[in-house]
Design a protein around this ligand. Structure first.
Ligand SMILES: *Cc1c(COP(=O)(O)O)cnc(C)c1O
Length: 240
């Protein structure tokens, strides 16, 4: 097995151990391999090691890979910031979107979703850390947004997603994930049917699993470190 296959096995073992520690079924936790910046070849290598769900953050780069890997039975998840002029490409090419934070974007995705693909599974991204620089809907505005998105015919509202500010240590990492879990419980009590918590990355997936994550989104621990210059540059890949 190559490095990516070995890394995948190690990440899966982390998820199984975290699930056991939390008294959860490992099968309740999906692994989303975040392949942004990495090539279609890297994705194919992970696919050959049994990984099926992949997360992407940059629309054009992602669509290039999706077209190259058509026929590989991959489930594609969009997890990055969404500009209005990119919603059509996202609606046409992805199975899931984790990063909706406005009704305007949700409406466009719903209108532009091709009927033959069936409703697009979506999560609302919540700004759990309250930082003005982080995107996501605020906890205050979440219930109204969730109620509105739940009525859109082209979308299926599945749950909530967050990217907390980095924190050191298991207990500190758990806090924002626990908050997101409580937000989902309140929405469910209000009558919404939400089965998804998209939370946890390479450095904090154990804490997210402890608080009920159903998707963990892992990039670095699978594909290695992303080139720093490229990682901050939307839509640009190294060497392009
Ligand atoms: C890049 C990214 C990840 C993966 O982060 P790692 O720390 O590399 O595991 C997860 N979620 C989102 C939204 C991302 O943009």
């Amino acid at each position: 097995m190559g490095a990516i296959g070995d890394n995948l096995q190690a990440v899966r073992a982390r998820i199984v151990a975290a699930a056991a520690a939390a008294g959860r079924e490992p099968s309740a936790i999906g692994l989303l391999a975040v392949s942004k910046i990495f090539s279609a070849e890297a994705v194919a290598e992970a696919r050959a090691s049994g990984q099926r769900a992949f997360g992407e953050s940059y629309v054009q780069e992602a669509v290039d890979k999706i077209l190259q890997l058509a026929g590989c039975d991959i489930e594609w998840h969009f997890i990055g910031p969404i500009q209005s002029n990119k919603t059509r490409l996202i609606a046409e090419h992805f199975h899931w979107v984790h990063s909706i934070s406005t009704l305007k974007i949700a409406r466009r995705l719903s209108e532009q979703r091709p009927a033959w693909r069936g409703p697009l599974s979506v999560c609302l991204q919540v700004n759990v850390s309250g930082e003005s620089t982080k995107s996501g809907v605020s906890e205050t505005e979440l219930p109204a947004l969730a109620a509105a998105v739940a009525t859109l015919p082209g979308l299926r509202l599945r749950g909530l997603m967050c990217i907390p500010a980095p924190a050191d240590g298991f207990e500190a990492q758990r806090q924002p994930f626990a908050r997101l879990g409580r937000m989902r419980e309140r929405l469910v009590a209000d009558g919404l049917c939400l089965d998804t918590l998209s939370m946890g990355m390479s450095d904090d997936l154990e804490a997210a699993v402890a608080e009920g994550a159903t998707w963990v989104r892992v990039g670095t621990a699978i594909f290695g470190a992303r080139p720093v210059a490229a990682a901050g540059t939307i839509g640009v890949r190294p060497g392009v």
